[in-house]
Structures are given as C-alpha cells and as structure tokens.
Design a protein around this ligand. Sequence first.
Ligand code: GNR
Ligand code: NI
Length: 168
Amino acid sequence: MAKLDILEFPDPRLRTKATPVTVFDSKLEALIDDMFETMYEAQGIGLAATQVNVHKRLLVIDVSENRDTPLVFINPEFEIIEHELCEYDEGCLSVPGFYETVSRPQKIAVTATDRTGEQFTVAAEGILATCVQHEIDHLDGKLFVDYISTLKRQRIRSKLEKEHKKSA
Ligand code: GNR
Ligand code: NI
C-alpha cells in the first residue's frame, strides 16, 4: 500500500473530466487500497481518483464514526430523490483549511459498480448524499469552491498559491 499525493486547488489537473473504468483488475484493486490509505491518513470522509491525478471514474468514501465502513463507487451516477436542499459546511482535501456552506439535494439514489464490476444502487441522504455529490463533482472537474462567490474563491486561490510557493 502507498499513500498518494493529493492535488490542491488551483491545480488545473483538478479540472480534468474522468473517463469510465472499463478494466477490473489487480491494478484497480491496488489503486482502491492506496486511495483508502490516502483518505484515512488525511482524515477525509471521501476521495475521488481525480484528486490523486488518476482520471478514472472511481471514488472511495467512509462517513462512519469509527472509520470502519469503506465504500467504493465505480462509474457512479445519481438520481435526485428529494429535491429539497440540504446545507452542509463543506471542506475538501484539495482545498485544505477552507470550509464553506454548500446546498445540495438531500436525498439521492446512487448507482455504481463495486470493485468486481458488479452493479448496485443505494439510497443516500445527509452527509453521505453530500459526500457522494462532492466526489462525483471531482470526477467532472468541479470543486465545492465553484459554488461560492468569485470573491471568496479568489481569496482562497491566492492564499493557497502563497502557501504552495512557500513550500515549493
Ligand atoms: O473530508 C472531506 N470532508 C467533507 C466535508 C463536507 C463535505 C464534503 C467533504 S469531502 C472531504 C474529502 C474530499 O475532499 N473529498 O473529495
Ligand atoms: Ni473534495
């Protein structure tokens, strides 16, 4: 297992649209394991492949209290069940240190395949619904900062650019 580097905003590679996973092999298994290791180490509740510079439609999530319920979603799609919006203070491992309120549909049905290529559908609400939508956005090159004002986004961008220069 290996911990992977996480791309940070405004890295243009985070804007890449990921393509479907078509091959379910040991290389995919290894990537999934590395993504879980990276997510747990960073204390995140989700991680999209895009964030580790792999532009495939794959994400991992664990929203459980005890960090013992790993979920894998490959080629995920979702349908809105409840159009009513749920506000959540979102953060992102690719936008470290910043949190902003984002509204998203509060109940969705997610269809995806598991690591063996088997399809499944689950209903998701609350933090899981928010997280799945946040992660699918990553696969489409989208970040939670795209939902806030341009002014706030520019401030976050310049603060992170300064930090990246310091550590470069
Ligand atoms: O760790 C994370 N926490 C979080 C909190 C509220 C809404 C979404 C998230 S996802 C984030 C991890 C991450 O960046 N996933 O892409
Ligand atoms: Ni994120």
